[in-house]
Ligand binder design. Sequence first.
Ligand SMILES: [Zn+2]
Length: 320
Amino acid sequence: MPSSIGVGRILGIRVDIHFSLFLVVAFLSWSLATGFLPGRYPHWSTATYWSTGFVCALSLFVSVLLHEFAHSLVAIRRGYRVEGTTLFLLGGVSSIASESRRATGDFVISVVGPLSSLAIAAIIGIVAVASGGSSPVYAAIEYVAIINLLLGLFNLLPAFPLDGGRVLRAAIWAVTGSFRRASGISTRSGQVLGLLLVGFGVYQVIQGHALQGIWVALVGWFLNRAASASRSQDEVARALERVTVGDVMDASPPTVSRDLTIHEAVFDHFVRGAVRAVIVCEGERILGILSITDVRKVPQAFWADKPVRDIMTPAPLKSL
Ligand SMILES: [Zn+2]
């Protein structure tokens, strides 16, 4: 995701933070320090409101991180590839991929995030009830419990791309055997729920809860857009399903001799011929392929002297 900064690897998983997150932490600290906390605990100092508000806002993102880690760690155990986790405006996204996905794997990976949030909520909730009181520490513990409860419940909504929508997709996939049908139903559900949330947000604004209403509407709008984007992707994938490599390949690609210099290959073929790769031959025999990627590895000063055979990707090329 662009405009994010990497904060390194935690348990082997790359974690990035999108800049929108800093805005949220600032906004949340402010709204807790000036609204929620003074309303609930009227006798603290301003500094206590702000420091508690800040700790609560940060704890939201630690909670989101734990939620995402639950997804990622289970995914890794099931042999899925985890690229990393990005925290942003509305929470977190983990990039998880696999060549051989299965309904059960998808189901478990999706459901474990919300279940971990609910488990954290239960444990911290018990601690909060047991300790009781009205100290800043208690307020923070209570807030963490509530936020994890909401995180778990919200993500269980059966609307793609929320976790609940993924769980729904995996379940329908397992029952019907059709991933396409499962994806169609769960993304449609995401679109509809997104619109309902926008409607509910507008209703809240009309009722005088402007800030809350705008936030709910924004979340709904993002959900609707993400579900729609997913549907378009499905359509493209469906359209490409019947296209074979043979349909789109170049049956007579440009070829060059092994002794041609890199300079000549670049200017005669890549620049003038507007191709991104050429086949390197010796007579009828294919020796390898020279691509722009190969050329990029060599400083331009050497292009005039080096023959393409020195830097080409040699045969045997990986075949499909
Ligand atoms: Zn999740």
